[in-house]
Write a new protein. Structure first.
Length: 297
C-alpha cells in the first residue's frame, strides 16, 4: 500500500507553535488509491524561528534533525544561490529519516538568462555538485523563473530538453515555477505535458496560479500565509488545503483551483509536495505542522 507521509504533530500544546515530534510517519496505512503527501517549509536555518519553532538553546547543528521530526520535507533555497558539495548533501541525508524528502531549487544561473537553451553548463554544474548523494531522500528539482521571464514556446522547450530524467544512476524529477502571466496559456500546459513535468501551484497574490496537472506528481508552494496568524493560514484554509492535497494524491483535480485547461480524466494516484512559504515566514513551520495534522485527519 502507498503510505501517507504525515502524522499528528500539535499534541496538547500550550501554544500553536509548541510541537511534538512526528510519530508513526510510516504506519498510517492508506488505500492504494492515495499517493504519499510530503509537507514542509522552505529551508531550516532562519534566526527568527529560534525560540518560536526551535526551542531556546537548541544547537544550530540540531535544527535540521529537529525540523525533520516534525515535517516530512524541506525545500532547499540555498542551492539557488550557491553551489553545495557532495559532503554537504551526504550530511543532510544522514540527519533526516529515510522517508524524508529534500526538494532542491535549481541555480539562478540556469533560469535567469535571456536564452534558456544556453543553460546546459549551469544545469550540469548543479547536478555535478552532488545532488544525488541525497539518495532516496532526493525529491523534485525546482526550476524557478523570474517574474520578468515571458513564455516563448521554442525558448522554453529548449530548456526542458536540457533537464535529464536520470543522472549518476538516479532518477530525477523536475518541476517548473513560472511567475509571468504569459505562461497562463494552453500551449505552455501542452509543452509541460509533452515532457511530463509539473507546474508549481504558487498560491500567490501576484503570480499566476496554475493548477493543471501536467506531470506525475503535484508541487504546491503556499505563499499567502501571514505572520499575524498563528498557523500562517486560518484554520478553515488549512482544512481546505488538506482536502486539496488529498484530492491531488487520489489523482483528482480540486474543483476550486484555477486551471488553464479542462480537468484530467486519469485519476492515477500521485505524490504531492506542499510547502508553506510566505514573506515573513515566521509562522511557516506552525502552518506546515497544522497542515500535517489536518491531512492526517
Amino acid at each position: 500500500m502507498l503510505e501517507l507521509q504525515t502524522a499528528m504533530a500539535l499534541r496538547n500544546s500550550p501554544s500553536p507553535l509548541a510541537t511534538q515530534p512526528l510519530t508513526g510517519v510510516n504506519d498510517r496505512q492508506m488505500t492504494a488509491k492515495l499517493g504519499p503527501i510530503y509537507i514542509g517549509i522552505g529551508g531550516w536555518t532562519f534566526a527568527p524561528w529560534r525560540g518560536v519553532f526551535y526551542p531556546n538553546g537548541l544547537p544550530h547543528a540540531k535544527e535540521l534533525p529537529y525540523a525533520a521530526e516534525r515535517l516530512t520535507s524541506i525545500e532547499v533555497n540555498g542551492t539557488f544561490y550557491r553551489t553545495q558539495t557532495p559532503a554537504t548533501f551526504r550530511k543532510w541525508a544522514s540527519e533526516v529519516p529515510k522517508t524524508f524528502k529534500f526538494s532542491l531549487k535549481g541555480p539562478r544561473f540556469a533560469t535567469n538568462r535571456r536564452v534558456l537553451k544556453e543553460a546546459g553548463d549551469s544545469i550540469k554544474r548543479f547536478l555535478d555538485s552532488g545532488v544525488t548523494e541525497l539518495g532516496e531522500r532526493l525529491g523534485p528539482l525546482l526550476w524557478q523563473f523570474a517574474p520578468t521571464k515571458k513564455f516563448e514556446a521554442g525558448d522554453f522547450g529548449a530548456f526542458l530538453e536540457l533537464l535529464p530524467g536520470k543522472f549518476a544512476g538516479h532518477q530525477l524529477r523536475h518541476v517548473i515555477e513560472v511567475r509571468h502571466d504569459s505562461f497562463r496559456n494552453a500551449e505552455f500546459i501542452a509543452l509541460l505535458r509533452k515532457f511530463g513535468m509539473p507546474v508549481v501551484y504558487t498560491d500567490h497574490v501576484k503570480y499566476p496560479n496554475i493548477a493543471d496537472a501536467t506531470g506525475k506528481f503535484i508541487y504546491a508552494r503556499l505563499q499567502r500565509g501571514k505572520d499575524t496568524t498563528a498557523t500562517a493560514y486560518p484554520t478553515k484554509e488549512i482544512e481546505a488545503w488538506a482536502r486539496r492535497l488529498r484530492a491531488w494524491a487520489e489523482g483528482k483535480d480540486p474543483a476550486d483551483l484555477p486551471r488553464v485547461g479542462a480537468p484530467r480524466r486519469d485519476e492515477t494516484p500521485r505524490e504531492v509536495f506542499a510547502y508553506v512559504i510566505h514573506e515573513g515566514k515566521i509562522r511557516a513551520p506552525a502552518g506546515a505542522m497544522a497542515l500535517v495534522e489536518a491531512v492526517g485527519k
